[in-house]
Design a protein. Structure first.
Length: 238
């Protein structure tokens, strides 16, 4: 991978990605929308390799949103089966690469039991890996996550603070997002990591997800390194 110009001291530790544009990719080729989802698998694997090469420690990808249930039943059913089979086919390879697989999102009745089982198996198999934490956001929505966190907070009778909310998010260990990428030219957040990405650098790329490769990730990292993160303070403030 071409990494010229990348500053190794300024690698974002948490990169989040909205894997968007599968349907358009397929339609442009006269294929079914679901063929676009299938083609997204190679993009995901390549992005994971890229993250490992760049030394990114957390990669979070949006695979299915709480709003995606609005899609036609056939497409939803396909996505459930596809994600299940992807885990079964790819988890050993990811395990060997040192990837720790995690999930965020609601485990409600709509998610097939067999998919939940494969998610749990993948998490269990890879739980001690340390190179990269790959979090798959599935049946995930930032608002749902916040509602669940606040419900828990009320149940616990805890004092309402940012820390108390953060500790009750889907994965309390997840660090804040540094670099937030969306493919396919859409400039929307679509409910992805709204709390964790409060100070993320947003990078929008035109590439449709199935065409995304590690080089695109490297380019986004370069763009990230050109930004001046101020966190509400002043430039060059230490
Ligand atoms: C993203 O691709 C994958 C999911 C939402 C599951 P889309 O299916 O949204 O593709 P477009 O945006 O219709 O092209
Ligand atoms: C966001 O993409 C969800 C995922 C990529 C899983 P969508 O395609 O569902 O988002 P909208 O509908 O364009 O906002
Ligand atoms: Mg889309």
């Amino acid at each position: 991978m071409e990494t010229t110009g990348i500053d190794q001291a300024l690698i974002p530790s948490h990169v989040a990605c909205v894997m968007d544009g599968n349907g358009r990719w397929a339609q442009r080729r006269g294929l079914k929308r679901t063929d676009g989802h299938s083609a997204g698998e190679e993009a995901l694997l390549d992005a994971i390799h890229g993250a490992l090469e760049l030394g990114i420690s957390w990669l979070t990808v949006y695979a299915f949103s709480t709003e995606n249930w609005r899609r036609p039943t056939d497409e939803v059913r396909f996505l459930m089966g596809f994600n299940e089979s992807l885990l079964v086919r790819r988890r050993d390879e990811l395990h060997e690469l040192g990837v720790r697989i995690r999930f965020i999102g609601r485990r409600d009745w709509r998610v097939p039991k067999r998919l939940l089982k494969q998610m749990d198996r993948s998490v269990e198999l890879t739980k001690n890996n340390t190179k990269l934490t790959l979090t798959i956001a599935f049946n995930y929505g930032g608002r749902a996550e916040l509602v669940d966190a606040v419900k828990q907070l009320v149940e616990d009778g805890a004092k309402i603070t940012e820390k108390a909310i953060a500790e009750r998010l889907c994965d309390p260990e997840m660090p804040e997002v540094d670099l937030w990428i969306r493919t396919s030219g859409e400039h929307r957040i679509s409910n992805f990591l709204i709390w964790q990405a409060a100070y993320a650098e947003l990078v929008f790329v035109e590439t449709l997800w199935p065409d995304f490769r590690r080089e695109h990730l490297a380019e986004a990292v370069l763009e990230f390194q050109r930004r001046d993160r101020r966190f509400g303070g002043l430039k060059n403030e230490s």
